[in-house]
Write a protein that binds this ligand. Structure first.
Ligand code: ADP
Ligand code: MG
Length: 421
């Protein structure tokens, strides 16, 4: 099938109801349809899924999609099923299926009904599945959240490491599509090498978020009061406050409540029911603020989060970018305020001390970048984009004046070491 014969816009409209492609989607999709190895780097929300979903629907055979989170896979499968009159069009293959269900999945694939098969990387270690997949027509392999393959990423998963060999076993010439929102040159290189696709055509979107305002303030013993003041100045707006520990989340949520702020805590130590309840309260705007550990955010799609506060500085620039990225999804205002004390860096270093040396070294290097970011007197945006391998000119670039260092040029932040935090 040549691209000239396919009307991608009609296919987009027909399957997804969208009237146009976002950013680089069309170029990426053409490249995937042509059967090339493809590497897609786009920020969260950039529309990466479509880059493999549409080609999968168009191409002959079944596309295998590797994704790390069962919940995310389920969401995608439900969405794809919604656009087709045959629910066999997309399936998940994982350990939760019983024998009858597995049989159904296999039949649908063999009969050419299934265009998208979502699998967790650990399922692909099963001989039985690999043997089966080798016997069917696979259109391409999509590796979503491909940074999980890299120890330099923020979410390393050892099971991702074997993917290259597994893909080889499923078929010799299966095109690979790697997708990630992590843009550091190191992680990119790791992905290309680990997936054995150094020949891939790379598509990288800009990571600039022009509507976000970046600010770092020194963290003192008055940090709670500073946070309360900020939230009160932004009354009625939705926001997230990130803390490192569950204990701090609980304490701060209470402090906010006592001060008349509608806030709820969220962390992995709360039972599932409470977590869902608090998340829904935030989404439904029964509360304005969620005080959370990093357990909160993955897959949360609230477009009008107006501020993200870091009570504790994150362990890497990527984490900071991901977490602040939850503000202003709708393109409206998004204030990103981080409190920084060098003591917190030491605390994070200490947490790593029990880990293997290689991991500690990586963790240390990532933290040094965070220190540099927090203490820099150059534009925060410029710093972040440079970290992601992107040149940014504050005079001509969008959002060029949207950070504290540009608005109020000043000397370096002097974090005090002796304060209690
Ligand atoms: P990513 O995986 O890059 O974080 P997603 O694939 O989850 O992003 O897409 C983010 C949102 O953008 C989804 O709600 C999706 O439906 C929407 N979207 C993707 N492509 C388009 C498009 N061409 N037109 C309109 N909306 C789109
Ligand atoms: Mg995605």
């Amino acid at each position: 099938m040549s691209i000239a014969e396919i009307d991608l816009h009609s296919a987009l409209k027909k399957y997804f109801g969208f009237s146009g492609f976002k950013g680089l989607q069309e170029e990426v999709i053409k490249n995937v349809i042509e059967g090339n190895n493809t590497f897609v780097i786009m920020p969260t929300g950039g529309g990466k899924s479509l880059c493999y979903q549409l080609p999968a629907l168009i191409k002959e055979g079944t596309a295998i999609v590797v994704s790390p989170l069962i919940a995310l896979m389920k969401n995608q499968v439900d969405a794809i099923r919604g656009i087709s009159d045959n629910e066999g069009v997309a399936h998940v293959l994982n350990s939760s299926l019983n024998k009858t269900e597995i049989k159904r999945v296999k039949e649908d694939i063999v009969n050419g009904i299934t265009k998208l098969l979502y699998v967790a990387p650990e399922s692909l270690t099963k001989e039985e599945y690999v043997d089966f997949l080798r016997s069917v027509k696979v259109s391409f392999m999509a590796v979503d959240e491909a940074h999980c393959i890299s120890e330099w990423g923020h979410d390393f998963r050892p099971e991702y490491r074997n993917l290259k060999h597994i893909i080889k076993r499923i078929g010799d010439n299966i095109p690979i599509v790697g997708l990630t929102a992590t843009a550091t040159p190191k992680v990119q290189e790791d992905i290309l090498k680990s997936l054995g696709m150094t020949d891939a055509v790379t598509f990288k979107a800009s990571f600039n978020r022009p509507n976000l305002y970046y600010e770092v303030r020194p963290k003192t013993k008055n940090v709670d009061a500073d946070i309360i003041r900020f939230i009160k100045q932004n009354e009625g707006k939705s926001g997230i406050v990130y803390c490192l520990s569950r204990k701090r989340v609980e304490e701060l949520a209470q402090v906010l409540q006592v001060n008349g702020i509608k806030a709820v805590p969220y962390h992995a130590g709360l039972d599932a029911k409470t977590r869902v309840k608090h998340q829904d309260m935030f989404l439904m705007e029964d509360v304005d603020v969620v005080v959370a550990t990093i357990a909160f955010g993955m897959g949360i799609d609230k477009p009008d989060v107006r501020f993200v506060i870091h009570h504790d500085i994150p362990k890497s620039i990527e984490s900071y970018y991901q977490e602040t990225g939850r503000a202003g999804r709708d393109g409206g205002e998004g204030h990103c305020l981080a409190f920084y004390a060098y003591k917190d860096i030491e605390k994070l270093e200490k947490f790593m001390s029990g880990k293997p040396v290689a991991e500690q070294e990586i963790g240390h290097a990532l933290l040094q970048e965070v220190v540099a970011f927090a203490e820099t007197s150059v534009s925060r945006r410029k710093f972040i984009l440079h970290y992601f391998g992107e040149e940014f000119d504050n005079d001509t670039g969008e959002g060029g004046d949207m950070d504290d260092n540009v608005r109020n040029p000043k000397k370096q932040v002097e974090a005090k070491d002796d304060v209690k935090i």
